[in-house]
Design a protein around this ligand. Structure first.
Ligand code: ADX
Length: 216
């Protein structure tokens, strides 16, 4: 059993709601950015790095490459990958416009909570609708949301087609497939654009890392 002393030490500095310790820092109680790590320190402010782009544009590869570098530097990083979320948290959702919006809303809510607790959250979702991405941005304190447009032409993504989904979509076997039978709205003002058809993944990773580092 935890001693009273140990309990007091762990709970010190954190807000309490109805006797329960609030593990996630309250944005209203943080620094002027609204961001405070779970330890109450603002040394490690969280960040949401939101990778958007067509299927097979390179989002997951980039997310994992970024995470590897940042973790090697001692940062706490969580990757939220669309394909993986859809196997769990979002498994009840399909690919209609409203389901995609709900998918992005859930991922965004998790990302915002993680960032509030000091984590660098890298989300890799097609997130085809600008309004959904903007809604996530609004949940994150100013300057702590980095939208990255993983910009690869449809023809290239279709040529890559690692899961054979584009071919199936063209045969009419998958309805509402992004880029084929469902729209993708490119960001108008992303903080970073990486053209994965023109530069190697390493270079794209470095470009995004530079933007992350510029955030401090
Ligand atoms: S999003 O549009 O709701 O943001 P998300 O990133 O979660 O999509 O999932 C995209 C992945 O689901 C694709 O990479 C692909 O593997 C798979 N997928 C299956 N059906 C579709 C579809 N109709 N449109 C796009 N991706 C699909």
């Amino acid at each position: 059993m935890m001693s009273a002393e140990e309990s007091a030490r762990i709970h010190a500095g954190g807000p309490q709601i109805e006797g329960k310790f609030w593990l996630i820092a309250n944005p209203c109680c943080g620094d002027e950015d609204g961001m405070t790590s779970a330890t109450g320190s603002n040394r490690s402010m969280g960040l949401v790095v939101w990778l958007t782009g067509l299927s097979a544009s390179g989002k997951s590869t980039l997310a994992n490459a970024l995470a590897a570098v940042l973790r090697a530097e001692g940062q706490t990083v969580v990757v939220l990958d669309g394909d993986l979320l859809r196997a769990g948290l979002c498994r009840d959702l399909g690919f209609s416009e409203s389901d995609r919006m709900e998918n992005v809303r859930r991922a965004g809510a998790v990302a915002a909570l993680l960032a509030q607790s000091g984590v660098i959250c890298i989300a890799a979702l097609i997130s085809p609708f600008a309004s959904s991405r903007d809604a996530v941005r609004k949940q994150v304190p100013a300057g702590r949301f980095l939208e990255v447009f993983v910009d690869a032409p449809l023809e290239l993504c279709e040529k890559r087609d690692p899961k054979g989904l584009y071919a199936r979509a063209r045969r009419g076997e998958i309805p509402t497939f992004t880029g084929v039978s469902s729209p993708y709205e490119p960001p108008a003002a992303a903080e970073c654009v990486v053209r994965t058809g023109e530069i190697p993944i390493q270079e794209a990773t470095d470009l995004i890392l530079a933007r992350i580092r510029a955030k401090g």
